[in-house]
Design a protein around this ligand. Structure first.
Ligand code: ATP
Length: 278
């Protein structure tokens, strides 16, 4: 559904992408994970036709994003990192404008809006000005707007950034529901637990390169099942073990200042890149 071949992006002074190869399958929920400046947004900007490719190519549902940009654009909906709804329009008006931009007949646009508002559980806010919505509600409206023209692919650029834990989980449930309808989802995120919870597969991006790509389970299994965090001279050191017994056996010789826990995706990222995703 999404195919990226040897993709390079150079800005004047920065090499943002240094040769990305990636295939995202139809119906897959794919997470693209990396620290600030790794190249996540640049990849989405290229796939959505907002910035030009320096070298390489990319296709959406078989359509080349550079050579068949119109057809490629019809394949996706985009939920951008920053909320760019028109705050002086109502929820309904925001969605209708998007429908008009996609040349939807007014009647089917209205039907689609009613369906989507019920889908995101915001029917009662239909005629509310966007500026009177909470942050979490605005994010849900952004998602509904991206789904107006029933795209096959949904790009989510940091969909839950700045939301509290409860609201974030509500957004996750909505994303899962969208995937279950057969939409292919490409998600960028800083929140490792978001990728761990949602994604079928994860790519770790670092300085414009994919340094690992696999299911969250395989990425974690690559380093062990159990971790022991140990405080050494104000620094946290983490050791990995294949079993809880091994971890406990090692810890038996320690006095205090340690904790044994299950390995998570952040451990896999840290051990591959030496960096935290912040
Ligand atoms: P973040 O998590 O902070 O959003 P990111 O992984 O999305 O980061 P990008 O925004 O893709 O990273 O940036 C990748 C690199 O390209 C960075 O070094 C950034 O400074 C640089 N960059 C991005 N956009 C431009 C631009 N328009 N002009 C010049 N350099 C840019």
């Amino acid at each position: 559904m999404i195919e990226i071949v040897d993709l390079v992006k150079e800005y004047k002074t920065t090499k943002a992408l240094r040769g990305i190869d990636l295939v995202v399958n139809s119906g897959e929920l794919f997470a693209y994970l990396g620290p600030n400046g790794a190249g996540k947004t640049t990849t989405i900007r290229i796939l959505t036709g907002l910035t030009r490719i320096t070298v390489g190519r990319a296709r959406l549902n078989g359509h080349d994003v550079a050579k068949e940009s119109l057809a490629a654009k019809q394949q996706y909906g985009l939920v951008p990192q920053h909320i760019n709804l028109d705050s002086d329009l109502t929820v309904f008006e925001n969605l209708l404008v998007h429908g008009c931009l996609h040349h939807m007949p007014r009647r089917s646009a209205k039907q689609r809006i009613d369906h989507l508002l019920s889908y995101i559980d915001l029917s009662e806010k239909r005629d509310t000005l966007v500026k009177h919505l909470s942050g979490g509600m605005k994010r849900r409206v952004l998602i509904a707007r991206a789904l107006m023209h029933a795209p096959k692919i949904l790009f989510l650029d940091e969909p839950s950034v700045g939301l509290d834990a409860n609201i974030r989980r509500r957004i996750w449930a909505l994303i899962k529901k969208i995937q279950q309808e057969g939409v292919t989802i490409f998600l960028t995120t800083h929140y490792i637990e978001e990728a761990e919870f949602l994604a079928d597969r994860v790519a770790f991006l670092d300085q414009g390169r994919i340094v690992a790509l696999d299911t969250p389970q395989n990425l974690m299994a690559g380093i062990g099942s159990w971790a022991m965090d140990q405080l050494v001279a104000d620094n946290m050191h983490t050791l990995y073990f294949h079993s809880q017994e091994d971890a406990k056996h090692y810890a038996a010789g320690l006095k205090n200042g340690f904790a044994i826990r299950r390995v998570n995706l952040e451990d896999a990222f840290l051990s591959l890149t030496g960096k935290k995703v912040i």
